[in-house]
Design a protein around this ligand. Structure first.
Ligand code: SF4
Length: 217
C-alpha cells in the first residue's frame, strides 16, 4: 500500500517537542486560504511511496533516537488507509523501544469530524493539532498556524508530552528550520505572518534571488 508523500525529514525540532521525524503527505482537499503549504495540495500518484518503505526509512534514519514523529502535509486524514497502516507500523516499532516516541498529527479538519469519521486513527495518535488554518487570526500558540487550531491530547503519553503546551501562548521565539536540498531550500516550522517575505527580502538584500516560492500560487 502506498502513501502519497511530499517529503520526510529527520531531525525536525520545530513541530513538536524534542527531536522528531517529520512526515509530510501529499494532497489536501481542505485548501485553507493563506496556507503556506500550497505545494502539498495536489494529490499526486507519482509521489506514492510504499508505507512499509517509509517505515523502514524512519527506522534507518533515526534508529531508536527519535523522541517523536510529526505527520503533517497536506492533509493526512485524506489518506485514511495508508495512514492507518503507517500508524500501526509505527506503534509496532514503538513497542520494541525502551524510550517511546510520541505521534503528533496535523489535520485541517475539525476535531468533531475526526472523532466521527476517524476515531480508529485518533486512537493510534498521542496528540492532534486540528481545525482549518484561518489567515487573519494571531499565531501565538505552540506549533499552530492560527490560534483557533486546537492541540488535543489523545493518550497518557500525549498528556506527558503536550499538557504544558495546550492553551498557553508560546513564550520564546518560534523555531524555524531551513533545509538546503540542491538548488532548493525549504522550511520546517510555523512561520509568523510575513516571515517568509522577510526571509526572501533578506536573501535578496544579500544578492540571493529566489527563482520561485512554493507558497505563492
Ligand atoms: S493549512 Fe493544512 S489543511 Fe489547510 S490547506 Fe494547508 S495543508 Fe491543507
Amino acid at each position: 500500500m502506498k502513501i502519497q508523500l511530499n517529503k520526510a525529514h529527520y531531525p525536525v525540532t520545530a513541530l513538536g517537542p524534542g527531536k522528531r521525524i517529520g512526515i509530510w503527505v501529499q494532497g489536501c482537499s481542505i485548501q485553507c486560504p493563506g496556507c503556506v503549504s500550497l505545494d502539498t495540495w495536489a494529490a499526486d500518484r507519482s509521489k506514492g511511496m510504499a508505507v512499509d518503505d517509509l517505515l523502514a526509512w524512519c527506522k534507518r534514519v533515526a534508529g531508536g533516537a527519535a523522541e517523536g514523529i510529526t505527520i503533517s502535509g497536506g492533509e493526512p486524514f485524506d489518506q485514511p488507509k495508508p495512514l492507518a497502516r503507517l500508524l500501526a507500523g509505527l506503534q509496532r516499532w514503538r513497542d520494541t523501544l525502551t524510550r517511546p516516541f510520541d505521534i503528533l498529527c496535523y489535520s485541517g479538519y475539525r476535531l468533531e469530524k475526526l472523532q466521527k469519521e476517524h476515531a480508529s486513527l485518533l486512537a493510534r495518535i498521542d496528540g492532534v493539532i486540528c481545525d482549518p488554518y484561518v489567515e487573519n487570526l494571531p499565531t501565538q500558540r505552540w506549533w499552530r498556524g492560527s490560534d483557533n487550531q486546537r492541540l488535543v491530547i489523545l493518550s497518557p503519553l500525549g498528556e506527558e508530552r503536550y499538557a504544558a503546551y495546550v492553551d498557553v501562548p508560546i513564550d520564546q521565539p518560534k523555531r524555524f528550520q531551513v533545509v538546503a536540498d540542491g538548488q532548493r531550500i525549504w522550511f520546517v516550522g510555523i512561520p509568523q505572518r510575513g516571515d517568509l517575505d522577510r526571509i526572501e527580502q533578506t536573501c535578496a538584500d544579500r544578492g540571493l534571488t529566489w527563482a520561485g516560492a512554493s507558497w505563492r500560487a
